[in-house]
Design a protein around this ligand. Structure first.
Ligand code: 13P
Length: 263
């Protein structure tokens, strides 16, 4: 069974004090739940403060929102995988649609970053998703397949299982318009079929695919109960500890239900 993974992508929000307060409140809200894996993805500047506030709490991990593929050198303004590992970061979000659209990231760049992250034992969360125009033109599968094939090119089987995919339809990000559970499930099942071709059946069955795009406490459970939805990548609703915790708990409840059903 795949362990659900719920991540808080804070984007360019949260100063240090706010970050520390969030962690304190989140730990309180979550109690000792361990049914779902939790990742906080702060801006670089708040990472040390988040790690400190977590105080070694093993059930909440820290991620970064981006990185560069080179190890070190004259790359002004960039951050390497080793620098992130040095801060106890475990995950890194790569190829978010905001990076693709606003900062010109291509699948080839995403691929170089995926390899560099893996080499440094950082687990990539690779984002894919179509725009509204592409959906309306009936190109969802073509877009997703291209992003996956190019973004994950050259990965070994073990590296695949340590990679998380996030399906984030661009039209659902920050719009309050989430994909319906059925629309999301359809895309996730397709993504898994592409992963089967890129790796193998057993590996594809182990890869976690998160949904992202206007996930809120009131739609989380319905999304999470879909067979191929293995968690959420949350933007807006992750800026408040209470609402993020409710989403985590929805994922945890779903995981516990699945466990009951299979035993
Ligand atoms: P929202 O939850 O604000 O729609 O953002 C989703 C997202 O981009 C997470 O990476």
């Amino acid at each position: 069974m795949r362990k659900k993974i719920v991540a808080a992508n804070w984007k360019m929000n949260m100063l240090q004090v706010e970050a520390a307060e969030f962690v304190r409140d989140l730990l309180q809200e979550l109690g000792d739940q361990t049914a779902a894996e939790v990742v906080i993805v702060p801006p670089f500047t708040a990472i040390p403060r988040v790690v400190e506030a977590l105080g070694g709490a093993e059930h909440v991990k820290v991620g970064a929102q981006n990185m560069y593929w080179e190890r070190s050198g004259a790359y002004t303004g960039e951050i390497s995988a080793a620098m992130l590992r040095n801060l106890f970061v475990r995950y890194v979000v790569l190829g978010h649609s905001e990076r693709r659209q606003l900062f010109g990231e291509t699948d080839e760049m995403v691929n170089r970053k995926v390899h560099a992250a893996q080499d440094a034992t950082l687990r990539p969360i690779v984002c894919v998703g179509e725009t509204l125009k592409q959906r309306d033109a009936g190109q969802v599968e073509e877009v997703l397949e291209g992003q996956l094939r190019r973004g994950l090119a050259g990965l070994e089987t073990k590296a695949f299982t340590e990679t998380v995919i996030a399906y984030e339809p661009v039209w659902a990000i920050g719009t309050g318009r989430n994909a319906t559970p059925a629309q999301a499930q359809e895309a996730h099942a397709f993504i898994r079929s592409v992963l089967r071709e890129l790796a193998d059946d057993a590996t594809a069955a182990r890869i976690r695919i998160q949904y992202g795009g206007s996930v809120k406490p009131d739609n989380a459970r319905a999304l999470m109960s879909q067979p191929d939805i293995d968690g959420a990548l949350v933007g807006g609703a992750s800026l408040e500890a209470r609402s993020f915790a409710q989403i985590v708990l929805a994922a945890a409840e779903d995981a516990l239900d699945e466990e009951r059903l299979s035993s």
